[in-house]
Design a protein around this ligand. Structure first.
Ligand code: GTP
Length: 377
């Protein structure tokens, strides 16, 4: 990360008062930093830029120092904000947020004048320490005060979207999923493909995840509920842990007696149960039934690898994960009865995968074409 690289990718800019949590968010979501380690982060003194390039996700994220006013004539605000896709303003919800709201209003009004295509996203952050009632009251209060301020300034056409977030749970990933989806041009096509897959395969809910960040880049059009998202997102951790234990490279390097390995792994699996979210009836999911089939072994090149994993839950549901390409994975929630026809699901998945690959290749060509300089005569 540095502040010298320039790029024509869409930008996601993190702004907000000092210590609101901007750097922590960037490190936890995109750098896999454990949330507790953010306690030792130092204050950001210059813009930190990071390129995020994966299937369908292609942008640059900027972490800005909280104390700098980028609309000051000393800065080239036109250059900074003209390629911004999303401006994420972080507010510390555990603190008095009056100053933050003044800054938010000023930032939004100034950035909109430069680039009206920016999507404005407001994170009411650090809500882990707050009760549910307090969270809702805070969101209502912030929304009301901002809407009054924008109305008074006759700027009520500026739309802000609000999220309650914390780096200590899934909420930050869910918020980023929604924010990033707005920047994915192929989203309607991906959603259509997921709808077709679900309706033809008896799947109740399907998410297309970036397995490195646990951000879902698309889902079918049935409503998203937090519990199904959390279960699917936890499944990525479970699968990665199993892969770390049983992955072929590791296995050859750390050959321990098989019996001992299995016992240890089962104990670990039970600790990793996604049913920690005990609101869900699916307690005691039988993770012993988790199976991992990695066909990326000796004779298949790694870029053609195809991992799959199944977790049966005690409430009659199942979680089914298939690798689309590295790092995209499809995670579905379905009735176990419907999984009986998994030949059909697997066939439909192959068609889905081919369609996704076609869409991706088409977008890549389109992007390359758009970025190729016109020949000079
Ligand atoms: N409780 C709680 N603390 C958080 C959360 N996110 C960040 N923090 C803490 O907030 C403090 C400040 O976080 P930073 O990420 O350094 O804040 P910043 O906005 O980047 O600050 P500047 O670089 O000074 O602009 C750190 O101690 C983090 O551990 C959260 O979701 N919940």
């Amino acid at each position: 990360m540095d502040d010298t690289s320039s790029s024509d990718k869409p930008r996601i800019v993190l702004m907000g008062l000092p210590r609101s949590g901007k750097s922590s968010i960037q490190r936890v979501v995109f750098g896999k930093m454990p949330p507790n380690d953010t306690l030792y982060l130092e204050s950001t003194t210059k813009i930190q830029k990071e390129d995020i390039t994966r299937s369908f996700i292609d942008f640059q994220i900027w972490d800005t120092p909280g104390q700098i006013n980028f609309f000051d004539p000393a800065y080239d605000s036109l250059d900074i904000f003209s390629s911004v896709g999303a401006l994420i303003f972080v507010i510390d919800a555990q603190d008095d947020y009056s100053d933050a709201l003044n800054r938010l209003f000023y930032t939004v009004a100034s950035a909109y004048k430069i680039n009206p295509n920016i999507t404005f996203e407001v994170l009411l952050h650090k809500v882990d320490g707050l009760s549910d009632d307090y969270k809702i009251d805070t969101q209502r209060d912030v929304q009301q005060r901002m809407s009054d301020a924008l109305q008074d300034a006759e700027c009520d056409y500026i739309h802000l979207t609000y999220y309650l977030t914390s780096i200590y749970d899934h909420s930050i990933y869910e918020a980023f999923s929604k924010i990033i989806q707005k920047l994915i041009r192929e989203l309607p096509t991906l959603e259509n493909l997921l709808n077709v897959l679900c309706s033809n395969s008896g799947i109740d809910k399907a998410y297309l995840f970036d397995s490195l960040t646990k951000i879902y880049i698309a889902t079918d059009s049935s409503p998203v509920d937090m519990q199904s998202y959390e279960l699917c997102s936890d499944m990525i951790d479970v699968a990665i842990d199993i892969e770390t234990i049983y992955g072929m490279t590791d296995r050859t390097q750390t050959s321990t007696p098989n019996g001992l390995r299995t016992l240890t792994d089962e104990a670990e699996l039970n600790q990793l149960s996604p049913t920690d979210s005990n609101e869900l009836e699916a307690s005691h999911s039988t993770l012993a039934e988790t199976m991992k089939q990695k066909s990326s072994t000796s004779n298949i090149p790694s870029n053609e690898s195809e991992a799959s994993s199944l977790i049966r839950l005690d409430n009659g549901n199942a979680l089914y994960m298939r690798e689309v390409n590295d790092p995209l994975v499809l995670i579905c929630l379905l009735r176990q009865d419907n999984f009986e026809k998994h030949g059909l699901i697997d066939y439909n998945f192959q068609c889905f995968k081919e369609a996704i690959t076609d869409v991706f290749d088409f977008s890549k060509k389109h992007n390359t074409h758009n970025h190729t300089p016109a020949p000079t005569e």
